[in-house]
Every structure is written in structure tokens, then in C-alpha cells.
Design a protein around this ligand. Structure first.
Ligand SMILES: Cc1cc2nc3c(=O)[nH]c(=O)nc-3n(C[C@H](O)[C@H](O)[C@H](O)COP(=O)(O)OP(=O)(O)OC[C@H]3O[C@@H](n4cnc5c(N)ncnc54)[C@H](O)[C@@H]3O)c2cc1C
Length: 402
């Protein structure tokens, strides 16, 4: 087992670290650089994106022929963590959800024509994208295959879509949408994936849903499909492959969430450590108190466990496996670590932690979604339990190399 990284990945990591330190962190500290939804203002973002692109720090996740850097999942794990030292980081390098996952899946399964029309504009940073699957109850949530209500009905020219989705990240600004809708009642092949533009007649954003945390650009929206017609060529993969596409997309997308969240968790430790080393109380520094040392030591250990789970899953994906159980374990663990790291850092910072003078309260509010998005903790644990039941002791088996 080899946990070293290549000099090439280290070069990217170091350049991203410098970019975040010099270019992004100073902007993060100034409220004037935020939009009304507590994210980086678009004009400020566009300047940073141009700079990142000119330095070759753009689309690490994609192949060079698509316009990316071809770093692979293991290289991305190293670099994404570094990007999200700043709350503004990932979007600057075109590595933020949902574009990140949408670009990766389009690169994998799109036809050449679909890649040109739907993927390239996202790669170039000209448009943003959304992935529309979840519906309000009683529709598709944790159980999309069983509960999806949005229907795609075949016509002579293509498909007509009727339904309603919600919590569609980025939909307020996205131009390109990947939509999952029902084409039959088959339990495995009943869903299909489609591409559409926001200007397609019959599609509209009903509302931007107010949430407890800061928002991604374009918010989290409820959207309506009212007899939206799209041509047959907008079908992504084959009819009936919607669930398969979702699995292809969500595996890496869940893992890249974890990579970014580890970066945020490390930032929490950084802020808490700094305060503990400098704050005097009862005649000594907070960092000299064993109880504070236990808190910070524990969270550092939990972060490292998360990194090992992420790296193992990244290694599995890079060698062609779906890494389902590895990704589920990483997703549950890292989502909870992020939450715990923000909470611990706020506690150590006292009243300052509860203020907006640091990014801790931003991260704390953001972190709560991590245990819900891309599969709630309980659903991933249910999947893990199924694996334990079917695999028995082989659940923990090591693969033997040649
Ligand atoms: C900030 C944010 C962004 C999102 N972005 C997108 C997006 O871009 N596109 C998109 O399509 N969706 C998006 N979602 C939706 C997200 O994927 C769903 O919230 C998630 O899949 C859970 O579905 P649900 O909310 O309908 O919960 P439900 O299915 O109603 O489940 C509610 C709760 O029940 C429990 N539960 C469910 N199943 C089980 C089980 N088998 N065993 C035990 N307990 C269980 C869990 O605690 C779960 O939290 C987003 C959500 C949030 C909060």
C-alpha cells in the first residue's frame, strides 16, 4: 500500500494552496465580496475564475481532451481538500457541485454531439448546470426508483415531460439541466435521463426555496415541467438507463463532496487551534488545557479517518470499481465529521465562534445539509447493512494483487 502522491499532483496541490492563500482568503474576509445569498459575488468570482484558468488550475476532474487536467480521483482528493480551505474555493476552479458531478457524468456517458452542445459550455465556464431528480412528497426522495412521479411520455418527435421537482441546486441560474423522469413502471429500468435548456417552453422555476444555510449560486429551487417538449436526441444514455446514470453520477459526486468537506473541516481546526494557542484564561493558554487538547486531537483523528475512507474509495474508482460501500462509508463519516468540526471549533472560540467574525458559523449552517444531500445517513447505512448481509465476513476482505 502506497500513500505517497506523485510530484505532478503535489505540484497542483501546492499551486492551489498558494492561490487559495493569496487570492481567495483575503476576499473571503471582506463582506463586500458576498452576494445576498452568502456566496462569492459573481463579478468577483468571474475575475478569480479567469485567473485560475490562466494558471491551468481549471477542471482538474476532466480529461485533457475535454479541457481538464486529468488528475483522477486520487489526485482530486488531494486538491479538492486544498481548494475548500476557503468557503469560496471550489467554484473558482470549476470544481463545485453540481457542475462538478454533471460535467463528470456527461464526459463519461454523453455522445460526441451531446458533449459538444451540453458539456463544453460548462467546461468553458459559460453556463452553469443542474441535476433534477428529487420531488416533493409523495414523489422521489430517498427512493427515486420507487417513488418518482415526473413522467416522460414518448411522442413522434421526442418526449413530453410533466411533473415537479424541488431542491434543485443551481436552478435559479443554470442553463443546462439533467433531468430524471419516469418512462415506464419497470422497477429497474423505469427511469430515464434527459437534457434540456432552461428556455425550453413548459419549464419554469416556481420558487427559490429559503434554506438555513448559505446558498450555492442559483440557490435550491422548486421547478415545474408543464408539458415540456424535448427532442429524442436529448435522451442521455438509452431509455430506461436513468437509474444507471444516477448511480454513475452520484458515486463520484458524493466522494467529491467528501473531499471538499474535509477541506472545510480542516479549516475549522485551523481557526480553533489558532484561537486556543493565543487565548489566555485562568492563567494559561486554552491550548494547554487537556480538555481542549482532547477535543482538537479527536477531531484531527476523525478527519484523518475520513481522508483514508475517501482515498480508499478514490483508489477503487480510479481502478474501475463502483466503490459503492466505500463511498457510502466515506459519505456518512465525513458529513458527520464536518458537522462535529464546526461545532467543536465554535465551542473553542467561545462567543467569537458564534459571531460572523470568522467563517465558522457559515460552515456550521452549511454543514447540516451534508447529512441529507446525496443520500441521508440512514439510507447509506441501510445500503451498508445490505452489503453485510449479502457478503458476510467478505465485507472486510482485502483484494489480492498480482
Ligand atoms: C441543500 C440541498 C441540496 C440538494 N440538491 C439537490 C439537487 O441538486 N438535485 C436533486 O435532485 N436533489 C437535491 N437535493 C435533495 C436530496 O438529494 C434529498 O433531500 C435526499 O435524497 C433525501 O430525500 P428527501 O429529502 O425526500 O427525504 P425523504 O426521502 O423524505 O427522507 C426523510 C428522512 O427519512 C429518513 N429515511 C429515509 N429513508 C430511510 C431508510 N431507508 N431508513 C431509515 N431512515 C430513512 C432519513 O433520515 C431522511 O433524512 C438537495 C437537498 C438539499 C438539502
Amino acid at each position: 500500500m502506497d500513500f505517497t502522491i506523485s510530484p505532478r499532483v503535489e505540484d497542483y496541490r501546492a499551486r492551489i494552496a498558494r492561490f487559495v492563500e493569496d487570492e481567495i482568503l483575503p476576499l473571503e474576509a471582506d463582506p463586500a465580496n458576498y452576494d445576498p445569498h452568502e456566496n462569492i459575488r459573481t463579478e468577483v468570482l468571474n475575475t478569480l475564475r479567469d485567473k485560475a484558468r490562466s494558471e491551468g488550475l481549471w477542471c482538474l476532474q476532466l480529461k485533457p481532451e475535454t479541457g481538464g487536467q486529468g488528475l483522477g480521483l486520487q489526485g482530486m482528493a488531494v486538491c479538492y481538500e486544498e481548494m475548500n480551505r476557503s468557503i469560496f474555493g471550489p467554484v473558482v476552479f470549476n470544481s463545485a457541485a453540481p457542475d462538478d458531478g454533471n460535467m463528470q457524468v456527461l464526459e463519461k456517458v454523453g455522445t460526441d454531439r451531446q458533449k459538444k452542445q451540453w458539456l463544453q459550455p460548462i467546461v468553458q465556464g459559460a453556463v452553469r448546470s443542474s441535476f433534477a431528480m428529487t420531488e416533493p412528497a409523495p414523489g422521489s426522495g430517498s427512493d427515486p426508483a420507487g417513488m418518482m412521479l415526473t413522467k416522460a411520455t414518448r411522442t413522434d418527435r421526442g418526449y413530453v415531460i410533466q411533473g415537479r421537482k424541488w431542491f434543485i441546486t443551481g436552478a435559479g441560474e443554470a442553463q443546462h439541466f439533467i433531468l430524471i423522469a419516469r418512462t415506464s413502471d419497470d422497477p429497474r429500468k423505469g427511469l430515464s435521463a434527459f437534457l434540456h435548456h432552461r428556455d425550453t417552453p413548459g419549464f419554469r422555476v416556481a420558487r427559490r426555496i429559503p434554506i438555513m444555510g448559505p446558498e450555492e449560486h442559483g440557490g435550491h429551487c422548486e421547478v415545474i415541467y408543464d408539458d415540456m417538449e424535448i427532442p429524442a436526441e436529448n435522451l442521455l444514455m438509452d431509455e430506461g438507463d436513468g437509474l444507471k446514470l444516477t448511480q454513475i453520477r452520484l458515486g463520484p459526486a458524493r466522494l467529491t463532496h467528501c473531499m471538499r468537506w474535509l477541506g472545510l473541516a480542516k479549516r475549522c481546526v485551523e481557526i480553533a487551534t489558532d484561537y486556543a494557542q493565543n487565548r489566555m484564561a485562568f492563567g494559561e493558554r486554552l491550548s494547554q488545557r487537556e480538555s481542549v487538547q482532547m477535543m482538537l486531537g479527536d477531531i484531527a483523528m476523525q478527519i484523518e479517518i475520513g481522508r483514508l475512507l475517501v482515498m480508499k474509495a478514490a483508489w477503487e474508482l480510479d481502478r474501475g470499481s463502483y466503490a459503492r460501500k466505500e463511498i457510502s462509508m466515506a459519505k456518512v463519516h465525513v458529513a458527520n465529521v464536518l458537522h462535529k468540526a464546526a461545532d467543536t471549533a465554535i465551542q473553542i472560540n467561545g462567543a467569537r465562534g458564534y459571531s460572523k467574525d470568522t467563517v465558522l458559523e457559515w460552515i456550521y449552517r452549511y454543514a447540516r445539509q451534508a447529512r441529507l444531500v446525496d443520500g441521508a445517513d440512514e439510507v447509506h447505512k441501510m445500503v451498508l447493512h445490505r452489503n453485510v448481509e449479502t457478503q458476510g465476513r467478505a465485507f472486510w476482505q482485502w483484494d489480492v494483487g498480482s
